[in-house]
Write a protein that binds this ligand. Structure first.
Ligand code: ATP
Length: 253
């Protein structure tokens, strides 16, 4: 007999886990196959969770599936099999309102920054607030405070093509967090910048984590991971081979 207790998780959203993957697999079409054949999956048998307030580096060799895993979380991609739960709710790609609501709670720092070249630093950082229809007069102080925090106070009106790689990266972080997301995803945020600037950027993410955000950062940079001492979620050939425990507000999970 199945008791209510055994199936409690089917009915009660579990808010202690921000991301849960259950038996998730992902295949892409190509090279003579449809992508539906599990033999060609590039992500396989993914079963893991990210507790609220956790911090992980997503590591693994090139092609292991790091970017694809992030794309599943921010719903740029549907899993071929399995179930993903975000913020306690199973994802339903057919539910556009749910997708939009979930995306609003996620801040993403893309590998290629995705800054708008015709907008200056201030406007790039403020863009998510404009999109949400906020009154620019009310948020000006917040945007300046955030740009000061990432070290861009003196570049408020510079255009993106005049920024260094590290400055672009910090602007991309400011834009990703201006809406105070509960989950922050970053794809190689320290690619193409030197170690010292990389560490500075990782410290920004660690600070955001201390303020309560759940953070997942894809990176190849072993030196940065060692220097920061933060936990790792490691992929190899599409499978999770390691998921370190992480210290959260509620304790180690
Ligand atoms: N849109 C796509 N169509 C077909 N195959 C894809 C697509 N995107 C990624 N792949 C393949 O999926 C595999 C995993 O790619 P992914 O970019 O997720 O890995 P990664 O670990 O992020 O790699 P890297 O560290 O080099 O960025 C690779 O073999 C890649 O070629």
């Amino acid at each position: 007999m199945v008791t209510a207790y055994e199936h409690e998780d089917l009915f009660e959203p579990d808010h202690s886990q921000v991301v849960v993957f259950r038996d998730v697999g992902l295949g892409y079409e190509g090279a003579g196959h449809t992508g539906h054949d599990p033999e060609h999956y590039i992500l396989k048998d993914l079963n893991f969770s990210l507790p609220a307030g956790s911090f992980h580096f997503l590591t693994g060799p090139s092609g292991a599936g790091k970017t694809s895993l992030l794309r599943l979380i921010y719903q740029a991609q549907k899993p071929s099999v399995g179930e993903i739960t975000l913020f306690g709710e199973p994802l339903n790609p057919a539910d556009r309102k749910q997708t939009a609501d979930m995306r609003r709670r996620i801040g993403i720092v893309f590998q290629d920054f995705r800054l708008l070249e015709h907008l200056d630093v201030f406007d790039n950082a403020a863009l998510p607030l404009f999109v949400r229809g906020e009154d620019p007069k009310r948020f000006e102080a917040d945007v300046i405070e955030l740009l000061t925090w990432v070290g861009l106070k003196n570049r408020l009106h510079a255009m993106p093509d005049l920024l260094s790689g590290g400055e672009k990266q910090r602007l991309a972080i400011a834009r990703a967090v201006i809406n105070r997301p509960t989950l922050i995803l970053a794809d190689e945020p320290t690619g193409n910048i030197d170690h010292a600037m990389g560490l500075r950027i990782i410290r920004l993410f660690i600070e955001l984590n201390r303020l309560g955000a759940t953070v997942l950062i894809a990176t190849h940079d072993e030196a940065l991971i060692r220097a920061s001492g933060m936990p790792v979620l490691e992929l190899r050939e599409g499978r999770v081979v390691r998921r370190d425990l992480t210290q959260t507000v509620g304790g180690a999970q």
